[in-house]
Design a protein around this ligand. Structure first.
Ligand SMILES: Cc1ncc(COP(=O)(O)O)c(C=O)c1O
Length: 508
């Protein structure tokens, strides 16, 4: 790969040839894999920081400087190119969030299975996309197979294409609720909702993820027309209250787009009692949607499957493979109990895409049921990992992370200066650090202390955890989402919180 341009046209050709050179892919790829493997080894061994904290403007300037450098130094020799790529990769790996570090116990984003990333890279490099089957036949087939298999695991009819894959839980919830709106409010797709009187409502879990309530705004329902069902003592949807709300809405002839339940809800990981919720919805003839973005994967576990019992009774279900199936982002699935409903979200045709001479092919075209037209092969990693390790890997991942959270909860209960909010149902755990020095101070002081403590800990790079607010109070929150995290490391987390916490208390 040596390029010696003599004229501007030659220079263009040389540049393009260098950018596409398969030999460059081999050489850079081998270096990249070495660097990545070394990085994963260091990070998984808990060496170095979890979060590489820097001020955002620092990072933006550094990233911008690389773009500007690329304008003036176009490498023409293989060695130069590899050196330049290596420089960029090292910078990328050294400035990120290290999800594979076992001290990462933060958001519901996993230490993703590296093999899935490699399968993803194959489809990214060969650019397998799909709006229609023929654009990405194997990518489409893989996606359909995964939808069938996961659908069956949830309990939907065997052998059916009950759903679709899309980019993230937010888009998945929006797609499912759009379908619910179109089915329950006939003609809303064509006529809009302006003339609906009384205005239709969306009934949700009181702590539904903001993407669910945001959907009400996007779908034209209006966020004022969200009815939040109060919670029971375990922060689950209160089924008696749901029944009363639906009875009242029906008696006033208020159109109900859907009930959106949670499995589980984000703040403390509470699973709604789906069988009972489904029963109430059936009696009132209301569409039941379940946001199982986080907890859907519990269906793989013999031990925890009971948490999502009833998922198969819902009209639509969302499950994020990039949460508890440990896939790299983004890979989210939407399921419909009635497979025909996947055509109800978008009632459009695109003549240049959909070929009337092969009408039987349309059922394999993703563009019919997805927001996206060009869509990446998001399920390739999931298919690859599932095909290699079998579904028992997902069961092992669910079981081990759920169990570790339970043990962490028990540990917190034994400590005099930590107070867990409630027992975990899954791998999400909420608690406060309450040493004697702060325990009797005002609620505002206690809350501010939790927030400051978390910020100092994450910026130190020692651990990464998140915060949440429940009933107006601030808490620390962990999600055990790296299956390599150990109990010993969770003990170190408590020690770390104590060290930082005591320093904050002394300073104030
Ligand atoms: C319950 C729930 N639903 C939906 C989402 C949004 O999913 P995504 O981040 O993939 O858009 C989240 C994100 O954490 C969630 O916890």
């Amino acid at each position: 790969m040596t390029l010696t341009p003599t004229s501007p046209i030659d220079a263009n050709h040389a540049l393009i040839a260098a950018a596409y050179d398969p030999e460059m892919v081999r050489q850079v790829g081998q270096r990249l894999i070495d660097l990545l493997s070394d990085h994963l080894q260091v990070v998984s061994d808990a060496e170095g920081p979890v979060l590489n904290w820097r001020d955002p403007t620092d990072n933006i300037e550094a990233a911008r400087a690389q773009l500007d450098a690329g304008e003036v130094t176009s490498p023409h020799e293989a060695d130069q190119l590899i050196t330049r790529v290596e420089e960029l990769l090292r910078q990328t790996l050294s400035r990120g969030q290290n999800l594979h570090h076992p001290h990462y116990v933060g958001h519901q984003v996993p230490a993703s299975l590296p093999l899935a990333g490699l399968f993803d890279a194959v489809t990214t490099i060969t650019n397998q996309v799909m709006a229609i089957y023929e654009m990405g036949p194997w990518a489409t087939a893989v996606e359909r197979a995964v939808v069938q298999r996961l659908g069956e695991t949830i309990g939907f009819p065997s052998g059916e294409f009950t759903g679709l894959v899309t980019s993230g839980g937010s888009l998945a919830n929006l797609t499912a609720l759009l379908t619910a709106r179109n089915v329950t409010l006939g003609e809303s797709w064509e006529r809009g909702l302006m003339s609906s009187d009384p205005a239709p409502v969306l009934v949700t879990h009181a702590e539904a993820h903001y993407c669910v309530t945001r959907s009400a705004g996007i779908l034209g329902l209006g966020t004022n027309n969200i009815v939040r069902v109060p919670l029971d003592e375990r922060r689950r949807m209160d089924v008696g209250q749901l029944d009363a709300i639906l009875t009242d809405l029906r008696s006033r002839n208020v159109p109900i787009v859907a009930v959106s339940a949670a499995a589980c809800a984000t703040p403390v990981g509470a699973f709604d009692p789906l069988v009972d919720v489904a029963d109430v919805c059936r009696r009132h003839e209301v569409w039941l949607h379940v946001d199982a973005a986080h907890g859907g994967a519990a269906c793989f576990s013999a031990k925890h499957r009971h948490l999502v019992e009833g998922l198969q009774l819902a009209d639509s279900v969302v499950c994020d493979a990039h949460k508890m199936m440990f896939m790299p982002a983004l890979c989210a699935l939407v399921f419909y109990r009635n497979p025909e409903h996947r055509y109800a979200a978008f009632q459009q045709t695109a003549p240049y895409l959909f070929d009337p001479s092969a009408p039987g092919m349309a059922v394999y075209d993703n563009g019919i049921s997805n927001v996206e037209c060009t869509k990446r092969a998001a399920a390739m990693g999931l298919w690859g990992v599932w095909s290699v390790f079998g579904s028992q890997l997902f069961e092992a991942l669910v079981d081990s992370t759920f169990e570790l959270s339970q043990r962490f909860y028990e540990l917190l209960g034994e400590e005099h200066d930590f107070v867990p909010y409630c027992p975990p149902e899954c791998n999400i755990l909420v608690f406060q650090y309450l040493p004697a020095e702060i325990r009797d101070r005002s609620a505002a002081d206690v809350d501010e202390f939790q927030l400051r403590l978390r910020r100092e800990v994450i910026q130190s790079g020692d651990f990464y955890l998140v915060q949440t607010r429940i009933d107006g109070r601030s808490y620390l929150r962990t999600t055990i989402i790296n299956p390599l995290t150990t109990m010993e490391q969770l003990q170190q987390l408590l020690a770390c919180l104590r060290t930082h916490g005591q320093r904050i208390l002394q300073e104030s």
